[in-house]
Design a protein around this ligand. Structure first.
Ligand SMILES: N=[N+]=NCCCCNC(=O)[C@@H]1[C@H]2[C@H](O)[C@@H](O)[C@H](O)[C@@H](CO)[C@@H]12
Length: 446
């Protein structure tokens, strides 16, 4: 007889989104041009020529979406703040109307009894900052800390749960190694500096929060368990490089005070020597770690595949529409690995979800059994981690709404709620109804 999972009474159940993916109205009310607005309008960058000019029109429909959150029984909502609405040029001139949107959003969430969980930077920022060197410029850390400080003061009393960065690894890998995200030009030698300045900016923002903020502040990283395709030494070495590159690059410095030794192997002569005082700053303590989990990867040695010299070995298993393997136990692996290697800080699953080729709505219903199964199995894995002593404080499904999936455009649907474009009609999927029952029963229905 397996006992039914029971999550703690104070476990925080939410759903997550990000600004550029759902808001639309990119230039409304004095907003500046963002890197993603400019990039998405560059021909050939986004599938189907999609862009975020409308997205889910959340900037205008946020009250309707908060009503949806209430119907789903959400206790918290993770969103991000669009920097270019606050400081159109990135620094200096503040745009009060841009700030006002987030004041209204936070007030509406609080009035609905939903905890606002704000991420300061979820990949979009003023294009002007990319033009001034982007995250590769050492001053970017201070640009970010100044922006963060402004928001801590402006939203004081409305937002008490903050995250500095969302997935700095993707900002660096996609933006500076692949060129698939802004700045959009592969700049291999800049990548280590961008990563380092993201970490410095995170730490400076935490220090600003300690001085002028109230509540909790944390960092959100993507983690992906890596497995070797064979016991061959070359595949084991590829595993070590791949694991260091995606999972340790950012967590080793913030918790252990230095980068993985594999980074110098991966970047070779382009791996810099950073000032020792930077590592003291980067270890600035924070209050929680957010973990975004989607899948695992099995890797083999592939010398031609730079810079990590690894290759994915596709498994005979279910895959999502992103061609990511469905691997629920990997969520428990991530949570227990962080506790064992790094920290006993409170953890949140800040993103977990899947894109599948959902059918259109029929009579107000969207049947998405594969997403229901994905959520059920991953929540069971989360509960198994809790049962093993991981201090897991909450779970945020990715995503509340179908939305702009970056370079993939609108073709990849992650939402608990279907969005039909261009009408923007919202239809809760079966997975939304399932998630509501999970929240109501504290997991007993799993
Ligand atoms: N190499 N490789 N393999 C996969 C690496 C996954 C990294 N991407 C993410 O985690 C992004 C995160 C983002 O926050 C959100 O804005 C995205 O919409 C979701 C869905 O894509 C996820």
């Amino acid at each position: 007889m397996t006992t039914k999972p029971s999550f703690p009474a104070d476990f925080l159940w939410g759903a997550a989104t990000s600004a550029y993916q759902i808001e639309g109205s990119p230039l409304a009310d004095g907003a500046g041009v963002s890197n993603w607005h400019r990039f998405a309008h560059r021909p050939g960058t986004i599938a189907h020529g999609d862009h975020g000019d409308t997205a889910c029109d959340h900037y205008r429909r946020y009250e309707e979406d908060i009503q949806l959150m209430r119907e789903l029984g959400l206790q918290a909502y993770r969103f991000s703040i669009a920097w270019h609405r606050i400081f159109p040029e990135g620094r200096g001139r503040l745009n009060p109307k841009g700030l006002d949107f987030y004041l209204r959003l936070a007030d509406a969430l609080n009035n609905a009894g939903i905890v606002p969980c704000a991420t300061l930077h979820h990949w979009d920022w003023p294009a002007a900052l990319d033009d001034q060197g982007g995250w590769a410029h050492r001053d970017s850390a201070q640009w970010f800390a100044d922006y963060a400080h402004t928001l801590f003061r402006a939203l004081d009393g409305r937002v008490k749960h903050w995250a500095t960065l969302n997935e700095p690894w993707v900002i660096v890998h996609a933006g500076y190694i692949e060129g698939a995200h802004p700045p959009g030009v592969p700049a291999f030698a800049k990548a280590p500096h961008a990563a380092h300045n993201l970490l410095r900016g995170h730490a400076l923002a935490v220090q600003a929060f300690r001085a002028d903020g109230a509540g909790q502040i944390g960092l959100v990283v993507n983690l992906e368990p890596k497995f070797a395709a064979s016991a061959k030494p070359e595949d084991q070495a590829a595993l070590a490089r791949s694991h260091a590159y995606m999972n340790r690059w950012f967590l080793d410095p913030v918790f252990l005070g230095g980068y993985p030794e594999e980074m110098a192997d991966i970047f070779g002569a382009d791996w810099p020597r950073f000032p020792e005082e930077d590592f003291k700053l980067i270890r600035e303590p924070f209050d929680f770690l957010g973990i975004n989990y989607y899948s695992r990867t099995v890797v083999r040695d592939e010398p031609a595949n730079l810079p990590v010299r690894d290759a994915r070995v596709r498994q005979r298993a279910e895959h999502t529409a992103m061609d990511w393997e469905v691997f629920p136990e990997g969520l428990k692996t991530c949570l227990t690995w962080v506790k064992q290697r790094y920290t006993t800080l409170p953890l949140y699953v800040t993103e977990n979800g899947a894109a599948f080729a959902d059918p259109p709505a029929v009579a107000g219903r969207v049947a998405d059994p594969r997403r229901v199964a994905y959520l059920r199995d991953h929540l069971r894995a989360a509960h198994a981690a809790l049962a093993e002593g991981v201090d897991l404080k909450g779970y945020f499904a990715w995503s509340l709404l179908d939305n702009f999936e970056w370079a993939h455009g609108y073709g990849k649907r992650f939402g608990l709620v279907r969005v039909d474009y261009p009408t923007g009609t919202r239809t809760p999927k079966d997975s939304a109804r399932f998630y509501r029952r999970v929240i109501e029963s504290r997991g007993a229905v799993l």
